[in-house]
Design a protein around this ligand. Sequence first.
Ligand code: GRF
Length: 219
Amino acid sequence: MPIVVLISGSGSNLQAIIDAMQAGELPVEIRAVISNRTDAYGLERARAAGIHTEVVDHREYAGREAFDRALQKTIDAHEPALVVLAGFMRILTHEFVEHYMGRMLNIHPALLPLFPGLNTHERALQEAVKQHGATVHFVTTEVDGGPLVLSARVPVRPGDTAEGLAARVLEQEHRIYPQAIRWFAEGRLQMQYDRVLLDEKPLPTTGIDFAELTTDQTR
Ligand code: GRF
């Protein structure tokens, strides 16, 4: 299945997707990795894997609408069946999101619906939650608000720093994102209105917990 991956930074999630693909565990072809920043390290990861890269620099556009239109054109030239946001740090216009409705996934470093937006690890520590984690969700017009697919929990330990917590959450991101993308690539995952269906069965609104996946679901 052709996909396009959008990044802004390090691209460790992109790397997890590339690794799963190269291991024969993920039936996708990454047609392009697109970044809004020329200095995103993920571009180097893509090049190292022989994947086509492009930069659409948001600073070169008069506003969000013009940038999103250019981005959409760049993405659509590759005819992806799925757009994967992997640390793409831009708020998207409604027009853009609607264009990819049901075929765009994002990963967020928190247990949604807790802590949408930025600085999730700092906020989790401030609020002294016992568990934190990451969530894969379909993208809708509400920022970090689309239907939830798959999450992984990470215990918060006494003395945790935001950096330490971020690193442990990131490890889990690298497990759940390839899994969710695989379901989509295999035609098993769908967004239907505000719900997610896996193997034609609706998921709970919280999505699935990675620790509770059945062997059927991971097959
Ligand atoms: C991840 O924590 C992701 O959840 C968030 O941005 C970070 C991107 O990391 N949206 P990377 O670029 O994939 O390493």
